[in-house]
Design a protein around this ligand. Sequence first.
Ligand code: NAD
Length: 281
Amino acid sequence: MIKTVAVIGAGTMGNGIAQVFAQGGFSVRLVDVAQPMLDRARGAIERSLGKFVEKGKLTASDRDAALGRLTTATSVDGLGDADYVVEAIVEHADTKRALFTSLDAVTRPEVILASNTSSISITLLGAATKRPDKVLGMHFMNPVPLMTLVEMIRGQATSAETMAVASKVCADLGKTPIEAADYPGFIANRILMPMINEAIYAVMEGVGTPEAIDTVMKLGMHHPMGPLALADFIGLDVCLAIMTVLHDGLGDPKYRPCPLLRRMVAAGQLGRKSGRGFYTY
Ligand SMILES: NC(=O)c1ccc[n+]([C@@H]2O[C@H](COP(=O)([O-])OP(=O)(O)OC[C@H]3O[C@@H](n4cnc5c(N)ncnc54)[C@H](O)[C@@H]3O)[C@@H](O)[C@H]2O)c1
């Protein structure tokens, strides 16, 4: 029986994932190495739940109960009572592998370890543990409280039972699980990121302004958000990390990260989270 869920990483995705688990009735332990990120995450969750209450989709007492189920910590050491883990730290393979080795040591052996990675191999993360059959990808979409899809990635060693338990967890959260195989970028980012990267090439080559490119994709293709506004929303550092995984893993030059994307990340222009990207915030 899964009662207590640990969410590791309290950034853009971790706070949303922690929120949906708390709203779903689970006790949540949100862990981040940075205390300021935990403080920010709690504030973001309070604001998001507050919006649900304003819209009449959640009662004030359910909001208070969800917040009461959330605790935070700066270390994974106290996760012996966790029944399920979702990792949502930086998109960096070696950092994630080190974390999975620590999680393997501190959690009970039967506990499933899920990663929210956008592109890194689940098989590689599983191999950093002694329980690769219990490691899978649970790729939530941003913003987590509103988006219903969870891409479920089966690593080379992930068991059918692990996939079944994780799918049931998704259903308990009111989300729709869709399975993908463990290839770079899985389904979502294999298709989305090259489009975003191409839009950045179009800016670099002067084909159109960011506003023009986003408007073409919104009005012409009926996308709810243009690719450059979406890149700012995702974080340009995250976009670069995903393109790098696609390029390295698939080897085709068509996945080469756009030089303008590299330059913006080097300049600290990361999109919404830094206040500046293709737009200013
Ligand atoms: N941003 C998106 O739209 C999006 C969408 C789907 C999936 N993802 C994936 O989710 C993950 C997190 O992305 P994000 O955008 O939330 O990143 P973020 O940069 O907003 O947050 C990452 C957090 O991880 C923390 N962290 C780093 N190392 C840690 C460690 N060893 N232990 C605990 N905490 C640690 C950082 O302090 C930071 O708070 C990545 O794997 C990313 O690819 C992102």
